[in-house]
Design a protein around this ligand. Structure first.
Ligand code: CA
Length: 233
């Protein structure tokens, strides 16, 4: 059987070589390229198990490439890890329905990169834009989107509609970091009166309801300077 294939798209040679080396060491057959046009050409002719895609690229930027890949048939379901140079870009990466599954901000450690790639390849892809149908179970926490019901160890927990939406969004993509702005856009949508503070307040209330110990949360984790993620441990 052929090795699982990875596409690495990065115009900075050192980073490209580094990523390629470490994914190869993980047993992946890596194809590398340095610009967006070439990336798109490769993605329409070959099928990959994972794509690592830099945001700022010559010819076509990473977001454009990402959206095009999602529309193309061959890799429309391939997990995509975006590399960004600045933390401020992450809202753009995840917030605009680009189709990226996760991102890493440069500079990143190779261990972190490998862990993210492994996690992406392991879990079934679930696009952010799509609704969540299945029941999510993490430990004794159970989230049922159809019944809009949350139980902990079999006991129903009452959540407000916004609390439920935030929990569902986070729990449907374990390990993926959601910025406050992104949670605002997703959960509060057109309501312009809410602020980043509203998100923090809601998370606090949510933790009181679902965390075994809300002083040291084990389910909804804070990612300093960015936002929140659901545990993928
Ligand atoms: Ca770049």
């Amino acid at each position: 059987m052929d090795a699982p294939a990875a596409l690495v798209v990065e115009d900075e040679p050192h980073i490209r070589e580094l990523v390629t080396l470490h994914l190869s060491l993980e047993g992946l057959g890596v194809t590398q390229c340095a610009d967006g046009e070439e990336a798109l050409r490769l993605a329409t002719t070959e099928t990959y198990q994972v794509i690592v895609l830099d945001l700022m690229l010559p010819k076509l930027d990473g977001l454009t490439v990402c959206r095009a890949i999602r529309r193309s048939s061959r890799n429309s379901d391939t997990p995509i890890l975006m590399l960004t140079a600045r933390r401020e870009e992450t809202d753009k990466v995840l917030g605009l329905e680009s189709g990226a599954d996760d991102y890493l901000t440069k500079p990143f450690g190779v261990r972190e990169l490998v862990a993210r790639v492994r996690a992406l390849m392991r879990r079934p892809r679930q696009r952010l834009a799509e609704g969540v149908d299945g029941v999510i179970e993490v430990g004794d926490l159970r989230v049922d989107p159809a019944k809009r019901q949350v139980t902990i160890a079999g006991r129903a927990t009452e959540l407000t509609p916004h609390e439920f939406e935030v929990l569902l969004l986070l729990a449907s993509r374990p390990g993926v970091v959601f910025s406050r702005q992104m949670l605002l856009n997703k959960v509060w949508r057109e309501d312009t009166h809410v602020t980043d503070r509203s998100v923090d307040t809601l998370i606090k209330r949510l933790r009181q309801k679902i965390e075994p110990d809300n002083e040291s949360p084990s389910r909804i984790l804070t990612v300093w300077g960015t936002g929140y993620k659901f545990t993928d441990a």
